[in-house]
Write a protein that binds this ligand. Sequence first.
Ligand code: GLA
Length: 731
Amino acid sequence: MIEFLEKTKLLSLHTKNTSYIMQVFKGQHLLHLYWGKRIAMTVRDVYLPLDERVNMVHSDPSDKSYHIEDLPFEYAFWGKGDFRSPSLSVTNGSGVIIPGFVYESHTISEGKPEIPGLPSTFAKEKDEAETLEIKLSNPGTDLKVILSYTVFPEFDVITRNVRIENLCESTVRLEKFMSVTIDFPPGGYELLTLPGAWGRERWIERQPVPHGVVSIGSSRGISSHQFNPFIALLSSGTSEVNGEVFGFNLVYSGNFVAETEKNQDDRIRLNMGINPGTFSWELKPGESFETPEAVLVYSDNGLNGMSGIYHNFYRKRLSRSAFAAKERPVLVNNWEATYFSFNEESLLEIANRSKDLGIELFVLDDGWFGGRDSDHSSLGDWVVNRGKLPGGIEGISRKIRKMGMKFGLWFEPEMISPDSDLFRSHPDWALQIENSPPAEGRNQLVLDLTRSEVVTEIISMFKLILGTKAVDYVKWDMNRPLTDVYSSALPSDRQGELYHRYMLGLYKIMDEITSAFPDILFEGCAAGGGRFDPGILHYMPQYWTSDNTDAVSRLKIQYGTSLIYPPIFMGSHVSAVPNHQVGRSTEIEMRGNSAMMGNFGYELDFAKLNKKELETVKNQVSFYKTHRKLIQFGRFYRLVSPFEGETASWMTVCQDNSEFILFYYRILAEANMPRSSVKLAGIDKQSFYRETESGDVYSGSELMFRGYFLPRFTADFQSVIIHFSSMESLD
Ligand code: GLA
């Protein structure tokens, strides 16, 4: 997996289909030579023709044979003539940016170490991964930078992160510390990102990489609705099935940055890590600091190729939860059915109807605690409201379980309402700046998770409620970004550490609670999909994809999300019409077919459906339960993009190719439309497949290369879900 050739100083990382190659150049600079399709590299000496170039500096006056600005770095430093955006900026007591780190040594070991305090992917068996640590040192100080690479050959994945150790006698300050840097060779690359907003999360955007810097990221204290911590470079013209894709996903849920910089020679530097604009960190003598991990995926099979690798890896090696490998229940959530107005009776009525429809889990959303009858109060007062639930959480849970369903509960543990007993007794627990009224979001403030007493309080609250064993599922919400970022518990010169310390506090709580309650299924949420990232998914194996539950809007949201995250991670529910977010009315069939791509559920009042609709719901639940293993654990392929027209399609194929489901959606209809066809992907070309409902038989090659012909759609918002099984023989 990892090789070092002493003679040429080549360090090569190989996965099943890819290679990643570095070289120690001139005994000091660690260069990036290659990342892509698997190759054997024979280079004997140097990376470049060493020409004298005009108007460039020589960082090493004794060797004028090269210019530092010409070199492709594995990790880049400011100050000696590389003017591109650096990987690290660390200053000493005089304010000097410490320049130039050079190769010192490296080690190769089996397995993958954890990153203290941070979520990360993991190796299940020691021999399925190998880790390379490259130590860089600084000639003028005792600072060490350790670049860490883990290779997962069978998964075709490489992960990277970086540690800095201060072995000096004085304190230094980190101002920028990237998880990954790669200098790509010149080429016509496109940049793919997933921008969005509340209700419009993870839309796909592509653009040619321009000269200069393009930077995406978040400074909201959460990874955000606005950008996912993901960026990809694509060879020009890459499609779902063809072309080279270089994907980068950060296992982090706070402020991040991902930037490309195309220089004068058309080389592109890509940096990704904690957002330096909202970060600084004091590193005392003897201390070290580690960056979050970046997960790197290369595919030359287009975007579907990249997604397949992320999906497979994340399903198996990201979430620590015991539920990661288990089928997930079909749930009903009362939020859009009742909002804050409910009592035990009305909840039990929803639950009763749900049980008759085959639903397996009832989730009680916001409004069960304190005096919370609107979003104006009570966050922090996690004591059941006996007016609404006379028997408490245990009482309602007992009744729901008696019906044969599991019971789930909503929390928003990181928040505090100014109108709450918690705020009245601990006003200093909220993030706020003295003498400056805090900005409220949804009438609430954010708890200061940099304070250990706040972390302890949240952990005890969870232990008290979940310790009753009345809860089978937790929805963990987070409904506003961080503002007024000041903590009276931190000294004035360490306020720049707050955003990252908040994440460390949050991860500590998540780690402790999810480990203490391994039998509880946790689902993440942040005003919909505002923190849908691998950091949270490490602790919680599913996430509420978006507050926008409209069947048509969800096509784009789920399509974009599927670029990185597998369908089993995506909470996806059928809700009422007219839709509460966009006002659109679609039939129950379309809503079910759209939601059925992911982790399925309902979020409406069944009492408002007619008999025919209820029959349809029953069939949907039964279809989903019959095929959920295939939907939740199959290989997923995008076929037609809703970003490009009025249709969308995808499919999921079971791991042994023996069955698959095709999903196809028509958004707006046109008059007199012909039948359309769609070419399938990922099935066995040699096999024959029978369409379950019609009994029609097709060859795999015919479905992939000629296509499947759909029924004619004659109205808006129509869809089909078609199940096929492979046949033993043609007779
Ligand atoms: C957020 C969530 C919703 C719901 C509400 C409750 O907006 O995304 O699903 O739980 O909070 O207040």
